[in-house]
Each structure stands twice: as structure tokens, then as C-alpha cells.
Design a protein around this ligand. Structure first.
Ligand SMILES: Nc1ncnc2c1ncn2[C@@H]1O[C@H](COP(=O)(O)OP(=O)(O)OP(=O)(O)O)[C@@H](O)[C@H]1O
Ligand SMILES: [Mg+2]
Length: 254
């Protein structure tokens, strides 16, 4: 298991000779075994932060440290970070089961891999479709397979970049419930990016609001799981987060 400590993180890009400050000075602690949601408007730096966390990009400045519960383990390698993208990114020539087994083929025997994959096929409700190809399953099922593939790999930290954004309301609600159940049963560290404030409140123990490359709010959600989106407490938190995002835009425009 692992957490993350992010210190003075900056990421700049040069586009058409102009410097883009995608992340300006991000400081954030993501505790081991916690569920953090990151919310903010399009272009505020959410995906950039995730790409830096999983090592797909290097910071311009600043440090990302992985922390472990065990004292002996001060750092973990990038191998312990799993990522789920907005689209499932399944390989179309492999079946659901083969896609889920794919990350295991170097580190596990076929027998071990089969056992792990069977377990997650069951957890993700895909047992009946294990021999189907991605073109033969729905978008929600493909996304479940993508989540299952990441879980099979057993990463210490799971990063999710708007994984349910393209799904219909019902499928999305279903998968949100499943992610909460997985979090409660497996205690993984999860960082979940969304632009949907309701989703952020439904899922996160802590909500981080990003705006123009900066953390403008960290909000601990004092609600137990599973959460009901129609309760007064839930609606109040949602309003507060929305006001932070909108209020900041108004201040910036003033
Ligand atoms: N590879 C890149 N090269 C140049 N600029 C980039 C690159 N990736 C991101 N950016 C810029 O960094 C800023 C933040 O982008 P990012 O993709 O992190 O936003 P986001 O919050 O994920 O937005 P969305 O909600 O639309 O996915 C944007 O101005 C974007 O144009
Ligand atoms: Mg993005």
C-alpha cells in the first residue's frame, strides 16, 4: 500500500512558442488507503497531474514522493501505480479475460493469472462475458473490464481519469457504487478525477478542487459510505464545491 506526497509541483508546456502553466505550484498529501477525488473545469490541469503521478511525464519543478505504511519502504516504483482512462483502451483482438490477464503474463504463471482474473471477472460482474471481444460488449462492461484489468495487476495506487464520463446515468451510478465497494473491501489508495461535482462528493473521502493549475480547496467529506445524493448534507457539500469553482471564475473575470 502507498500514499503520495506532492511538493511544489509545476508543469509547463510550450505550445506555439507560448508557455502554458498547466500546474503552477501544487502541494498535496494523499494518504495511504485514502479515496481522493480531484475536480475542476476543463483545462485546469487534472489529467496533467495524473500523468505526472503515474510517471508518464516529468515535472518541470517539484517532487512526487510515494510513501508506504511500512517504515522500510520509503519509495515505490512506478510499477505499483495503475491507471484507468476515460475510454477502456481494451485490445480489440483479445477477449475480456485475455485483456484482464494481459498485465500479468510477465509476472505470474498461467495458473496464477487465471485464478486472479476469474476472481475479478466475478467481482466486476463479467463472468458470463469473459470470452467476448470488446466489440461484443457494452461501453459500461468495457469500462468494468478496464477497472478489473487494473485491479488484477494489484497496484498500490489506482489513478482514474474520468473513467465513467462517457457512460449513461444508470451505468455510471452502478460503477460508482462498485468502486465504493471495492474501496471499502480492498483499502486501495484511489485518486479519481472528474469534472462532475456530484460524482466527486459521492466518491471521495477528500475532494481537491483544482483551478488554473492550482489547488484552491481541499474538502474532507464527513459522510459515511454508501452516500445518498439526495440528503441535505450531501447537497450542501456539493453546493460548497460548486460555489468554490464558480466563485473563483467570477473573481478571475472581475
Ligand atoms: N501534452 C501537452 N502539450 C501541451 N499542452 C498540454 C499538454 N497536455 C496538457 N496541456 C495543457 O495543459 C493544460 C491542462 O490540461 P489538462 O489536460 O491537464 O486539463 P484537464 O483538467 O484534464 O481538462 P479536461 O477536463 O478537459 O480533461 C491545458 O491548457 C492544456 O492545453
Ligand atoms: Mg483531462
Amino acid at each position: 500500500m502507498a500514499g503520495v506526497k506532492i511538493s511544489n509541483l509545476k508543469k509547463q508546456y510550450i505550445v506555439d512558442k507560448q508557455r502554458i502553466h498547466a500546474l503552477k505550484n501544487v502541494n498535496l498529501t494523499i494518504p495511504d488507503g485514502s479515496f481522493t477525488t480531484i475536480v475542476g473545469k476543463s483545462g485546469c490541469g487534472k489529467t496533467t497531474l495524473l500523468r505526472l503521478l503515474c510517471g508518464l511525464e516529468e515535472p518541470t519543478e517539484g517532487v512526487i514522493e510515494f510513501t508506504c505504511r511500512e517504515e522500510s519502504c520509503k519509495e515505490i516504483s512506478g510499477k505499483s501505480v495503475g491507471i484507468v482512462f476515460q475510454e477502456s483502451r481494451l485490445m480489440p483482438w483479445l477477449t475480456v479475460k485475455e485483456n484482464m490477464a494481459f498485465p500479468l503474463f510477465k509476472t505470474k504463471s498461467k495458473k496464477q493469472a487465471d485464478k486472479i482474473v476469474e476472481e475479478y471477472l466475478h467481482i466486476m460482474g463479467l463472468g458470463k462475458f469473459k470470452n467476448a471481444y470488446p466489440s461484443q460488449i457494452s461501453g459500461g462492461m468495457a469500462q468494468r473490464a478496464a477497472v478489473g484489468r487494473t485491479l488484477c495487476y494489484n497496484p498500490d495506487i489506482i489513478l482514474m481519469d474520468e473513467p465513467f464520463a462517457a457512460l449513461d446515468y444508470f451505468t455510471r451510478n452502478n460503477l460508482q457504487e462498485e468502486i465504493v465497494k471495492l474501496f471499502l473491501s480492498q483499502g486501495k489508495t484511489i485518486v479519481f478525477i472528474t469534472h462532475n461535482v456530484e460524482e466527486a462528493v459521492y466518491l471521495g473521502e477528500k475532494i481537491v478542487v483544482l483551478n488554473e493549475g492550482q489547488v484552491i480547496m481541499e474538502h474532507k467529506v464527513p459522510l459515511s459510505y454508501p452516500r445518498q445524493s439526495n440528503t441535505l448534507d450531501f447537497i450542501n457539500i456539493k453546493e460548497e464545491i460548486l460555489n468554490t469553482i464558480i466563485g473563483n471564475r467570477e473573481k478571475l473575470n472581475a
